[in-house]
Ligand binder design. Sequence first.
Ligand SMILES: C[S@@+](CC[C@H](N)C(=O)[O-])C[C@H]1O[C@@H](n2cnc3c(N)ncnc32)[C@H](O)[C@@H]1O
Length: 404
Amino acid sequence: MTHCEPDALIQFEAHLREALHGRQAWSRAQMTAPGGGDGADLQRVLLRPVILKGQPRVQCVWRHATRDLTQNLGADEACEMVRSHLGSAFRAAALWTDTVHWQLDIRKKGARLTRHDVTPGGAQAPAADPGAHNRDKVRWLDAEDPVWRALGLMHDGPQGRAVPVPAMARKWRQINHFVEIFDAALRQANVPLDHPVRVADFGCGKGYLTFAVHAHLRALGREPQVLGVELRQPLVAECQALARRLGLVGLDFAQGDVGHQTVQPLDVMIALHACDTATDHALHHGLRAGASIVLTAPCCHKQLRGQMQPPGVLQPLFKHGVHLGQEAEMLTDGLRALLMEAQGFETQVFEFVSLEHTQKNKMILATRRRQPQPARQQLALTQAQALKSFWGIREQALEQLLLS
Ligand SMILES: C[S@@+](CC[C@H](N)C(=O)[O-])C[C@H]1O[C@@H](n2cnc3c(N)ncnc32)[C@H](O)[C@@H]1O
């Protein structure tokens, strides 16, 4: 990550000029974070290169709350338009070239320019701390974002730079790793670039991951529409108050039970550490909401344990409760993954934080296939049935929800 204060604004405009004049390949740019004023319903301006009557032009879409206005400008006019609006009508901007994603943020203390290198395959390299010597120091989130101090994850270090509060350093690493997984899933999934990314985080607790997803979407130049849902009202009130105090647009928290949520269209459904069958309710909700990405980290696998009947030769292994518990976990999550595959998703089950951080270290990531594959879906269903009968399972919550 490169911080270029105090001339960040000038540098950003220089990169933009190079791109818009065709001296650097670029795919899009935008101005976001409206500063209010006359055009209070103006949300963002999206720029992209177009060819009109054989001539290169810059298409500018002025996105208002209820309408879009499009104009096609020459490179000089477009540069001038951006220059005159940055810092007044808008407080953030981004530019995607074929090698770099530039992100400009204008704050009271000054402007900051952040550089993310883009790999040849299109994936964005994570931002590395200046002076980082090992992979462990790679960070996906901007530590200087005020939200982390407000959440008690960061505090002032040398020269006032943000450093993790020692007791929260593991949490910070875990959150960054989660964002890395989320980022890869978002790139793989079919979530349109010019639409808001609609995310629900069920059982969001103190909201660390909810704020992180929102921050990362902003850093990517995507429009976030993120909702954290949590049973405990005091946590909801704290998170909602913080989001409003920091002026975070497109981030809300609501009190609710994951099992009783009205289904609204979603792109991403997250449910980390939702207990026992709450994970099944969350998966089912994600399916009904049409989510392209479903991220769960299940815990407390109770439902199947009491139903499992180990076949003869395995009985000596599973007379030990610890083994039965481990098998119940594997079976529950294996069945969930197969049932998601049967619904047209690719699934991966993997560890997402090392055991030294937490015992809750398994993640099921499901991304909706772009094309249905009926044969694979049928095979997954058959395999799930075979596993259930092998273990004598009568009921599994996700399956029941799908049949209901
Ligand atoms: C272990 S915390 C995880 C918080 C956060 N997702 C994370 O991974 O850091 C689980 C949270 O889920 C909430 N929760 C449990 N059951 C729930 C349900 N049925 N609906 C909504 N929230 C629930 C709990 O109150 C708790 O805050």
